[in-house]
Design a protein around this ligand. Structure first.
Ligand code: G6P
Length: 610
């Protein structure tokens, strides 16, 4: 989604802004722009549709100079992908604004501002911010006061940064619903929508809270809460690697991230899972007491994270004896639901900023859930700050829009949670030990599984000219089939649907022919025989199958079935292992099709608007 970078410094900030935008490219966008307060007092703006590189090229033709500046990557919501709709937006060459989120009442604001004589040059909601601040500056000399008065008029979500040509020493920023992080430098300060943008210039960050407005100069950062009272916010040292944005020799971030999975899972287990069981306080101080009381779990998430939640439901009910519901956040937040006694709300999110998931957490607090836990990958993110407990997945920065290592570390976290809850709810010692041992064996098993790449590359060749596909799984492999289908559609644009294979007869069998490849995940578990019957049903109707199977599952390749053997694995780690070949399949199909693997069309990494 949209990205923001801003700087107030003594040096020329153009390179900092452009590097920041490049580092935000992974979030998905369709145009980019920058505005600089030049030493001659004029606001200089350059905008381009397409990639940040287009903007870089445009800027290289001129001597862009400015020590206060703002920049933006736009993911269109209101108004098409045009240069006129790209940010920054101006009001009379005096006020410049970049904005993430949606100003929902922009139409009435626009009508009102038009009647006051303002001319709109774009179709965006954002331009109303620029004119509203300009209008407020008629009542005050202070940009800060004008922004504070303006935000009271906005409904919806915003993370916004505002510059005034007449006050070049500062930017004023405001956050409501869209994240903003201040980066602290020496004699220079920065603002961004994501800390990744600022890692080359600082490691010290302040995450703004809901309703905060801040004035940032080279040497000062003054923050005010929604009532206008000055507030202090904690300074956090980031430990994200500076070079987390490098591809490390891989052709794509996605491939790098797929191959990082053994390492990040190993990291995720360190100092949390001992030889005999879980170590204490791994969900934070006081968490063990809260977890001991949990009788029901409500999981809420979006996208890939939702699939992790669906898998976890099988584990929590089967092993931990805890009842569990899972729901897509955008549904949960808008329907009336029943809160069970001693219910734990669990949100899952790579980014920690997904608008619907965050809204679901806030709703759960109003509904009276006993406690909230987030399983999240980004320290300091909104979900982490607003939840009672946070369990970090430690996957490291994930740049590819299609989530891979975040998913497997989320599943790893859920196995840990299964044991943590199960031990208070009659989970057998044998089951606890089996999961602990499974977790310890996971990094090596993942390495072994990644080695089957060659077979999958060949398979992808056969697959790439297809327009539709069906993924089948049973039990805790059903959500893995769903995740496999999601990966394929996200990056190769092949229509893919997943079914619990027992549902085949209830509709999808009608679709089977040689043009509809069927992908089956078939570990050697108690549901194998049932799955084999489903495979036969497909075969009898002339379907072509690609089966990822345990070698002991006794599937053999023939003219209608390609079998790819997956290393043997037992118990609940199997869904994590079977995720790998499906990720690789999507990757290689996308590679053959020549799509933009890391930034697939129309998608965003972090969905900060609902
Ligand atoms: C977007 C991303 C997905 C992700 C989903 C939820 O759609 O492209 O990869 O699964 O958001 O994001 P979250 O950060 O909450 O896990």
């Amino acid at each position: 989604m949209c990205g923001i970078v801003g700087a107030v410094a003594e040096r020329n900030v153009v390179e900092i802004l452009l590097e920041g935008l490049k580092r935000l490219e992974y979030r998905g966008y369709d145009s980019a722009g920058v505005a600089l307060l030049q030493p001659n007092g004029i606001l200089n703006r350059v905008r381009r549709t397409g990639k940040v590189q287009e903007l870089v090229d445009a800027l290289s033709d001129q001597e862009a100079l400015g020590s206060t500046g703002i920049a933006h990557t736009r993911w269109a919501t209101h108004g098409g992908v045009t240069e006129a709709n790209a940010h920054p937006h101006f009001s009379s060459d005096r006020i410049a604004v970049v904005h993430n989120g949606i100003i929902e009442n922009y139409q009435s604001l626009r009508a009102d501002l038009t009647s006051k004589g303002y001319t709109f040059t774009s179709d965006t909601d954002t331009e109303t911010i620029a004119h509203t601040v300009h209008e407020e500056l008629k009542n005050t000399d202070s940009l800060l006061a004008a922004v504070q008065a303006s935000v009271k008029q906005f409904h919806g979500a915003y993370g916004t940064v505002i510059m005034d040509r007449n006050d070049p020493s500062k930017v004023v920023v405001a956050r409501s619903g869209s994240p903003l992080v201040i980066g602290l430098g020496l004699g220079e300060n920065f603002i961004a929508s994501d800390q990744m943008a600022l890692l080359p210039v600082t490691r010290r960050f302040i995450f703004l809270e809901e309703g905060d407005v801040a004035e940032i100069t080279r040497r000062t950062v003054s923050i005010y809460d929604q009532d206008g009272k000055p507030v202090k916010r904690e300074i956090i040292e980031s430990n994200i690697e500076h070079d987390a944005g490098d591809k490390g020799g891989y052709r794509h971030y996605m491939l790098k991230e797929i191959h990082e999975q053994p390492t990040v899972v190993r990291n995720a287990l360190k100092e949390r899972v001992g030889d005999e069981g879980l170590l204490s306080d791994i969900f934070g101080k006081g968490a063990d007491e809260l977890l001991a009381k949990v009788k029901h779990v409500q999981i809420v998430a979006c996208g890939t994270s939702y699939h992790a939640g669906m898998t976890a439901r099988y584990w929590l009910e089967q092993f931990a004896n805890v009842s569990c519901n899972v729901e897509i956040a955008s549904e949960f937040r808008y329907r009336k639901s029943v809160v069970h006694e001693n219910s734990l709300l669990v949100t899952i999110s790579q980014s920690g900023e997904t608008a619907d998931t965050l809204a679901a957490l806030r709703l759960a607090k109003e509904l009276g859930y006993m406690a909230s836990l987030t399983i999240c990958n980004v320290p300091g993110s909104s979900l982490v700050r607003e939840s009672d407990m946070a369990y970090m997945t430690r996957a490291g920065a994930e740049i590819g829009v299609a989530s891979t290592k975040a998913f497997t570390t989320q599943l790893t976290a859920f196995l840990v949670l299964t044991v943590a809850l199960g031990k208070h709810n009659g989970m057998s010692e044998v089951d606890q030990k089996a999961i602990i041992q499974g977790l310890h064996s996971l990094p090596a098993k993942l390495e072994e599984t990644l080695a089957i790449t060659q077979g999958i590359e060949d398979l992808a060749e056969e697959f790439a000219d297809k327009n539709h596909s069906l993924f089948l799984g049973r039990g805790d492999q059903y959500p893995i089939a769903m995740e496999g289908a999601l990966k394929l559609k996200e990056i190769s644009y092949i229509h893919a649907e997943a079914y619990a294979s027992g549902e085949l007869k209830h509709g999808p069998l009608a679709l089977i022919d040689e043009e509809m490849p069927v992908i089956v995940v078939a570990p050697n578990n108690e549901l194998l025989e049932k799955l084999k019957s489903n495979v036969e049903e497909v075969r009898a109707r002339g379907g072509i199958m690609y089966v990822f199977a345990d070698k002991d599952a006794a599937f053999a390749s023939d003219e209608t079935m390609r079998v790819i053997n997956v290393p043997h694995c037992d118990g609940p780690i199997a869904p994590i292992i079977y995720t790998i070949p499906l990720q690789l399949l999507s990757y290689y199909v996308a590679l053959i099709k020549g799509t933009d693997v890391d930034q697939p069309r129309n998608l965003a990494k972090s969905v900060t608007v609902e």
